[in-house]
Design a protein around this ligand. Structure first.
Ligand code: PGA
Length: 253
């Protein structure tokens, strides 16, 4: 099965309501003005308050959540359950973003529990993995991303859809982008790991996105690699024009 190309905006804790609504409108209009090939998907991951109004009613635009609780229902103040999200039309969820790992203490075990909750509710998980700068400097990149993959995906089966985002931590929000060679090497390693742990079909069907200072000026080069199946975009997704021009780099002419 051919895997799709996915262009996804991670809005993080941005922007304020009026700007968020304008950004959303501009993105929806931008998508409708392009004829999206069937194998190109566009997603946004806005802060939770936006989800209810947009998820499930945004046409071709996928609206996802930035995190999910490992618990389904009950006395868990502040938690966002997978089934609840699903009920509001959310289809995708980021899991293990480095900001969740570093600021909120998400571990591989937490990611695994969240992944299982997401999967049980029928949400498609976007598992984020990536090394820090000291880890890269120490030559540990592959070990780290493999540990993150193995730790979170213990219960993954080939029948369940998955998206992976490789996001080197040192490239997130820093303006430093991994070179296309660095990104491609990590993507190939991840794909090899999927093949080894599951099978070739699953590895071929799983989109692996690159994230970390993706912008219009570097998108085409990154997306030109056969193993880079899209982008998870932070800063540049907060401006409709730059987000859409990254999308244009993913649309074959
Ligand atoms: P950035 O963020 O594009 O601002 O580097 C990417 C991300 O955190 O997903």
């Amino acid at each position: 099965m051919a895997r799709p190309t996915v262009i996804a905006g991670n809005w993080k804790l941005n922007p304020p309501r009026e700007q968020g609504e304008a950004l959303y409108r501009d993105v929806v209009v931008g998508i409708s003005e392009r004829s999206l090939p069937a194998n190109v998907q566009v997603a946004i991951f806005p802060p939770a308050p936006y989800l209810g109004g947009w998820a499930g009613s945004s046409g071709d635009l996928i609206v996802g959540a930035q995190d999910v609780a490992s618990e389904s229902w009950g006395a868990f103040t502040g938690a966002l359950g997978a089934e609840l999200l699903r009920g509001f039309g959310v289809t995708h969820v980021l899991i293990g973003h480095s900001e969740r790992r570093h600021h909120f203490g998400d571990t591989d075990a937490t990611c695994r529990a969240k992944l299982e909750a997401a999967r049980a509710a029928g949400l498609i998980p976007v598992l984020c993995v990536g090394e820090t700068e000291p880890e890269r400097d120490a030559g540990e990149t592959f070990d780290i991303i493999r540990r993150q993959l193995d730790g979170a995906l213990e219960a993954q089966s080939v029948a369940e859809p998955l998206v992976i985002a490789y996001e080197p931590v040192w490239a997130i929000g820093t303006g430093k982008t991994a070179t296309p060679e660095m990104a491609a090497e990590a993507h190939r390693y991840l794909r090899h790991s999927l093949r080894e742990k599951w099978n070739a079909e699953f590895a071929d069907a799983t989109p692996i996105l690159y994230g970390g200072s993706v912008k219009p000026s570097n998108a085409a080069t990154l997306l030109g690699d056969a193993d880079i199946d899209g982008a998870l975009i932070g800063g540049a997704s907060l401006d409709a024009e730059s987000f859409l021009s990254i999308l244009d780099a993913a649309i074959p002419r």
